[in-house]
Design a protein around this ligand. Structure first.
Ligand code: CA
Length: 229
């Protein structure tokens, strides 16, 4: 998914871009409000799935930029700022920001918040970025209805089992680290989750009757092995 990072500090932007790229985001960096608005103009490329907007920009007030982005469409906006007071937060949310993250933030939390705004239902008529259906051999995953079927038979999954499968299935063959999966599916850091992830993986393998679909990468995490079609 394409992500627009609006941040005038190159050091912050470089560090954050690297983390976001590791989480599968295709990051475009804008250093000013004007650059951000230019990047958001309709183009041949896929639309942005989310905008991370620093409020302290050299050319325009970040709030103003947020208002302009909101007038142009429904791309989710997460404001990132050192201003932690409640009035600033409310002002940002009133301008149409989808969330508000205060610096310094934990990157795991930021990733979780990005995923949370992406998952929110889009307004009627809005274009859903990316494909809403994933097909992996006999396994069909419908993201909007959260329905999974194998060879045409619907499989009942719990909420977290679905989230886990959908996460892995979006990038077959790619190894997802344990911490990354727990951060994105359970929206928490991995301490204290015990064997929750292992239990969910075992349950998915069993419910789908495809024990080899999710491969354990010892000491690292998991990956989905696309079955032959
Ligand atoms: Ca700044």
């Amino acid at each position: 998914m394409r992500l627009l990072l609006v941040e005038d500090d190159d050091h912050v932007a470089a560090a954050l871009s690297a983390i976001l790229a590791r989480h599968g985001f295709d990051v475009v960096h804008a250093r000013s409000g004007e650059e951000a608005l230019q990047a958001l103009l309709p183009a041949e490329t896929a639309p942005f799935g989310v905008v991370l907007l620093d409020l302290g920009l050299p050319d325009q007030d970040g709030y103003e930029v947020c208002g302009k982005i909101r007038k142009r469409g429904s791309t989710p906006v997460i404001m990132v700022t050192a201003r932690s007071d409640v009035r600033s937060r409310i002002h940002g949310l009133n301008l149409g920001a989808d969330d508000y993250v205060v610096k310094p933030y934990d990157t795991g939390e930021l990733i979780a918040r990005i995923h949370a705004v992406i998952r929110r239902p889009t307004p009627a008529g809005a274009v859903v970025p990316g494909d809403s259906k994933l097909r992996l051999g006999p396994v069909h995953i419908e993201l909007p209805t959260r329905q999974v079927s194998v060879d045409g038979s619907v499989v009942q999954l719990t909420r977290k089992e679905f989230d886990l499968l959908a996460l892995l299935a979006q990038r077959p063959g790619v190894v997802f680290r344990r911490e990354q999966i727990i951060s994105e599916v359970w929206r928490t850091s991995w301490e204290g989750t015990g064997r929750t992830l292992e239990v969910h993986v075992a349950s998915l393998r069993s419910k789908l009757h495809m024990p080899a679909l999710i491969e354990t990468v010892r000491g690292v995490g998991y990956r989905l092995v696309a079955p032959a079609t």
